[in-house]
Design a protein around this ligand. Structure first.
Ligand code: SAM
Ligand code: SF4
Length: 327
């Protein structure tokens, strides 16, 4: 069914996926999904903002950038015990990947990073897949996170190289790719995806997916976000994204990166039961869930554990459980 797992996809090949009739693409992606994954299993992740706001980067979508007047109240780096308590509650709710996000441009070799390393160690000791997203990293910092037991690092490319500086100007696409290269010098898995609905063209979406699918190896996790329009950001008035656009992105990601976990990330709270069912049929097999209806900050809403558990059960899907061998 598939051309196996490839990292030499061309723009034309990705374009061809975007030209397929939607239901044909969903059927093909569903077959690839069946070939590489247990289609009944969905990984449930929880994201915690361990350091909120006051970020010096100017990401046009982000509630935490100092450049955007979003009303998000900056909060200092959390204490370790509170993070571990949150992770324990998440685990009790069936979460198997716990993601810690810090609104930093990059990591500094200081006491705050030492504290984050301690968080990683203690969350890892709970038997969870511990993930972090801290901005740009050096190879040495990646090595230290690896030694602390970090399972995954999120570092999104977000959009195409061509459109990137329309969204973010305080860093370059290459700087993001450099961090991914630094991560690849360790055993840490890479979580790398992006956002649709930021005013990008279909050609940008094709170029973005082609960049992702030509990373070798592919990111082990690929979050597909739909822009959460945050008041006070340059993208606050962006156009709606239709569910057929989201499903096409997910199906194309599935076809291009068969072994990766494809996550329906931000924007899922606006999707109906049927919308989400289409996303799972198209090959999505991971979601973010929450205990307080928000992903990172109150400006990026997220469905809660109880409603997600009920939805998955109704669909005949089940949350992934971590076999002891997985950790
Ligand atoms: N500060 C880290 C960084 O920039 O890599 C992590 C930021 S956040 C936890 C991770 C990702 O969430 C971002 O890279 C972006 O793709 C996505 N995101 C953030 N705000 C969003 C929004 N308003 N709508 C959709 N996706 C968003
Ligand atoms: Fe900062 Fe990350 Fe938000 Fe960009 S996405 S402004 S780097 S917290």
């Amino acid at each position: 069914m598939t051309d196996a797992v490839r990292s030499d996809w061309t723009i034309d090949e990705v374009q061809a996926l975007f030209e397929l009739p939607l239901l044909d693409l969903i059927r093909r992606a569903g077959q690839v999904h069946q070939e590489f994954h247990d289609t009944e299993v969905v990984q449930v992740n929880q994201l915690l903002s361990i350091k909120t706001g006051a970020c010096p980067e100017d990401c046009g979508y982000c509630s935490q950038s100092v450049h955007n007047d979003t009303g998000v109240k900056p909060e200092p780096l959390m204490v370790v015990d509170e993070v571990v308590r949150t992770a324990k509650r998440a685990k009790a709710k069936g979460v198997t990947r716990f993601c810690m996000g810090a609104a930093w441009r990059d990591v500094k070799d200081n006491a705050q990073f030492d504290r984050v390393l301690d968080m990683v160690r203690q969350v890892n000791d709970l038997g969870l897949e511990v993930c972090a997203t801290l901005g740009m990293l050096t190879a040495d910092q990646a090595r230290r996170l690896d030694e602390a037991g970090l399972y995954a690092y999120n570092h999104n490319l977000d959009t195409s190289p061509e459109y990137y500086d329309s969204v973010i100007t305080t860093r370059t696409y290459q700087e993001r790719l450099d961090t991914i290269d630094n991560l690849r010098t360790t055993n840490i898995t890479v979580c790398c995806g992006g956002i649709i609905g930021m005013g990008e063209s279909v050609a940008d979406r094709i170029s973005f997916l082609q960049r992702l699918a030509t990373l070798d190896p592919h990111p082990e996790s690929v979050p597909i976000n739909v822009l959460s329009r945050v008041p006070g950001t340059p993208l606050q008035d962006a156009d709606d994204v239709e569910i057929h656009e989201t499903v096409r992105m997910i199906a194309a990601a599935r076809m291009l990166m068969p072994t990766s976990v494809v996550r329906i990330a931000a924007g899922r709270h606006l999707m109906s039961f049927a919308d989400q069912a289409l996303c799972f049929l198209a090959g999505a097999n991971s979601i973010f869930s929450s205990e307080r209806n928000m992903m990172l900050t109150a400006t990026t809403p997220c469905a809660d554990h109880a409603s997600d558990r009920a939805m998955l059960a109704t669909m005949g899907l089940r949350p992934r459980v971590l076999a002891s061998s997985d950790r």
